[in-house]
Design a binder for this molecule. Structure first.
Ligand code: SAM
Length: 221
């Protein structure tokens, strides 16, 4: 059940100073200039966030995870890293929530520059496709919270889901695929198959992966 965690009324009700205390000295708490820019949706055990944290040390990022115990694990992992490496990992945090319901409660219009969907649950049966984290309807929401030029990264080892995510993105008027040159130049792309626990499992088993990386655009009028 996902009924036992607090849901902020709006992004302005989220006290991000609790997540990133080093970035919110008490004197400029109201300034609001430090905003989360990356979201890892269904972050699992947090491997991607940990890698992104040192790759983009000035960017605030958050994982969203539905499972309580997994979220607690990621919280502890981050506090442990903060203690072991003073000054590092201050830009990364996690929240327990249902991302399919509450994305707009956490992020304002155009706030995010990157959203990650790494190895999401496949929900094979047709009647369960509405539970997939990428869908035409949810892409409307992601387009809303992403800034123009922001990027959605998806990867899976399930071919059918890979096709589904790619066709949802391809058919959405507010997204366009990155070119091969752009994919190669983007350091985040390199992490998709290697940084997360699920990605490492797939790699160990020699599994194939299917990625789709799309940019938020302004639709042609
Ligand atoms: N991204 C991680 C990785 O690559 O290792 C985890 C992949 S795991 C297969 C999918 C994760 O998504 C699980 O941890 C699950 O609890 C989480 N999840 C599923 N539905 C969710 C939802 N509606 N909101 C937030 N997290 C969700």
């Amino acid at each position: 059940s996902d009924s036992h965690f607090p849901v902020p009324l709006s992004p302005s009700h989220v006290d991000y100073s609790l997540h990133y205390p080093q970035y919110f000295p008490s004197s400029d708490k109201v300034d609001g200039s430090n905003k989360v820019q990356f979201a890892d949706i269904g972050c699992g055990f947090g491997g991607l966030l940990i890698s992104l944290s040192t790759l983009f040390p000035e960017t605030l990022m958050i994982g969203m995870e539905l499972r309580d115990k997994v979220t607690e694990y990621v919280k502890e992992r981050i506090s442990g890293l903060r203690v072991a490496h003073p000054g590092q990992y201050q830009n990364v945090s996690v929240v327990r929530t249902n991302s399919m319901k509450y994305i707009p409660n956490y992020f304002e219009k155009g706030q995010l520059s990157k959203m990650f969907f790494l190895f999401p649950d496949p929900h094979f049966k047709e009647k369960n496709h509405r539970r997939r984290v990428i869908s035409p309807h949810l892409l409307d929401e992601y387009a809303y919270v992403l800034q123009v030029g922001g990027i959605i990264y998806t990867i899976t080892d399930v071919e059918e889901l890979g096709d589904w995510m790619e066709s949802c993105l391809e058919n959405h008027p507010m997204f366009e695929a990155l070119s091969n040159e752009e994919l190669e130049a983007d350091p985040a792309v390199k992490l998709l198959s290697s940084a997360t626990e699920e990605g490492q499992k797939v790699a160990r088993n020699g599994g194939q992966t299917y990625q789709a990386v799309y940019r938020r655009i302004t639709p042609a009028s």
